[in-house]
Write a protein that binds this ligand. Structure first.
Ligand SMILES: Nc1ncnc2c1ncn2[C@@H]1O[C@H](COP(=O)(O)OP(=O)(O)OP(=O)(O)O)[C@@H](O)[C@H]1O
Ligand SMILES: [Mg+2]
Length: 454
């Protein structure tokens, strides 16, 4: 604003100065024009004939002239050095240093080559125009000079400039005075948001910003609160994850330590202990690997989709699953088309499902693996003929470290991570995993995948 106001003032000043300049030029042309007319047509009132003497001509002309303020009309006759005759107009001059009192300046103009010019003096500049009446040799005999002292007019422009600057200054001050509190009020909610954000710590994400009104700030506060909700959930999930992991890993550590502490000198006993300990360590490292995989599921590059032939993928899964145990494996049906998915992850999920199926069936029981088209995408499934999942477990088994209620006699050694991994992989594909009963008894786990663009 300061720059704009200063520019306005400066522009106004230069426009006013240009106006003065143009007015002075007009005035000078007008006066010299009038004089030229008089030279051509003027008649001496005393004789009634044309003028013959330049001095008389100038005297008569100037007697009739009333100059404008700041304007000087002068007639110069004879050789200046020898004290030429000088006539001036009637009206008194308001100028401080008139040309008629300044012999040096007068001589300069009288002897000048051109007919107009600007004379720079210490007391200010003078714009002049001259009409020579007669010239013999290098100096005229007589000349009519119009001089204008623009200092007063220029001072007026400067006054306007100063007044404009003053008004601008006051306006700036007023604006600042008003804008500061107004801006403060407008930005107050932003400060509230900032203060709330500053008070948030990792431990305390429960604070929320009060949302008032329906403006942009309220929208910002809502967005911010939404972000806090997500953060809080994420932190809680992370804490839970670490708690669970710590808890699950403590058990094998305790078992390993117990075995080692009780180990005697008997070689057979030692061998048995080493076998148990190695078993337990294997389990631990499997848990750690699974946990790492689950942690990775949060990352965007967890799933790397590519176009895959479903028939080929299903057949691969079937071949791999068959090695898991001696069951009545059947490749039920195969979707014969291309789908966009991550073949490695899908195979991983299907193998987990097959592993569970093996764990919940016994020798020779039937397990069917297959894939089929649906209206919106693809389903891949593993259907076993085991005891099935108990009703109260159906919801929870997909959560991490959750095992189903053990049936009498059944002992599961799993960590409860398998289905959580399957679910993470399904969700990574924007799909889901669901549990359906198998016809004739047993559990069927289905990966429901929607078609994606590559
Ligand atoms: N095919 C199945 N038939 C019956 N119950 C099942 C079947 N698959 C899973 N479950 C139940 O779901 C629970 C969770 O399975 P999940 O695969 O997540 O863990 P896990 O197999 O016990 O351990 P992990 O897979 O980590 O070795 C199992 O403990 C079991 O009770
Ligand atoms: Mg499992």
């Amino acid at each position: 604003m300061a720059v704009a106001l200063a520019a306005v003032a400066a522009t106004t000043r230069s426009i006013l100065l240009r106006d003065v300049d143009q007015r002075v030029s007009r005035l000078l042309t007008q006066e010299t024009g009038e004089f030229t007319n008089f030279v051509d047509q003027g008649v001496d009132p005393r004789t009634g004939t044309r003028f013959t003497d330049p001095a008389r001509l100038l005297e008569v002309f100037l007697e009739r002239q009333y100059a404008d303020p700041d304007e000087e009309l002068i007639g110069l006759v004879g050789r200046e050095g020898q004290g030429p005759a000088q006539f001036t107009q009637r009206r008194e001059l308001s100028v401080r240093h008139p040309l008629r009192d300044d012999g040096r300046a007068r001589r300069e103009i009288f002897a000048a080559e051109g007919s107009t010019g600007t004379l720079k003096r210490a007391s200010g500049e003078v714009r002049w125009a001259k009409v020579e009446v007669a010239r013999h040799g290098d100096e005229p005999d007589a000349a009519f000079v119009v001089a204008f002292h623009p200092a007063a007019e220029q001072a007026k422009a400067d006054d306007v400039f100063r007044i404009l600057l003053l008004i601008s200054g006051v306006a700036l001050l007023l604006t600042t005075g008003v804008a500061l509190p107004v801006a403060g009020r407008i930005l107050k909610p932003v400060r509230l948001v900032r203060a709330a954000a500053a008070q948030l710590t990792e431990q305390d994400l429960t604070r929320r910003i009060p949302v008032r009104g329906h403006d942009d700030i309220a929208a910002l506060a809502e967005t911010f609160n939404g972000m806090l909700d997500r953060l809080e959930r994420a932190f809680a999930a992370q804490r839970e994850f670490v708690d669970d992991a710590g808890h699950e890993l403590r058990t094998p550590i305790t078992i390993v330590r117990g075995h080692l502490e009780l180990m005697g000198d008997d070689p057979a006993e030692r061998e048995e202990t080493i076998r148990l300990v190695t078993d337990e360590l294997d389990r631990m490292s499997r848990i750690v690997e699974d946990l790492l995989l689950l942690a990775k599921a949060e990352r965007p590059d967890f799933i790397a989709p590519e176009p895959v032939q479903l028939a080929e993928l299903t057949a691969d899964v079937f071949v791999k699953a068959r090695t898991l145990g001696e069951r009545d494996w059947q490749l039920a049906e195969v979707a014969d088309r291309e789908a966009v998915l991550d073949p490695q992850r899908i195979t991983q999920a299907m193998v987990q499902l097959a592993q569970n199926a093996v764990q919940h069936t016994t020798h020779g029981q039937r397990i069917r693996v297959g894939s089929r088209d649906t209206a919106t995408g693809t389903e891949l499934y593993v259907a076993d003929s085991g005891p099935g999942v108990q009703e109260q477990d159906a919801e929870v088994i997909f959560e991490r470290f959750r095992r189903g209620t053990a049936r009498r006699g059944a002992r599961t050694s799993g960590a409860g991570l398998g289905l959580a991994i399957v679910r993470a992989i399904a969700e990574g594909h924007h799909g889901r995993v669901c549990l359906r009963p198998t016809e004739g008894g047993g559990a069927t786990f289905v990966l429901v995948l929607e078609d994606q663009q590559p």
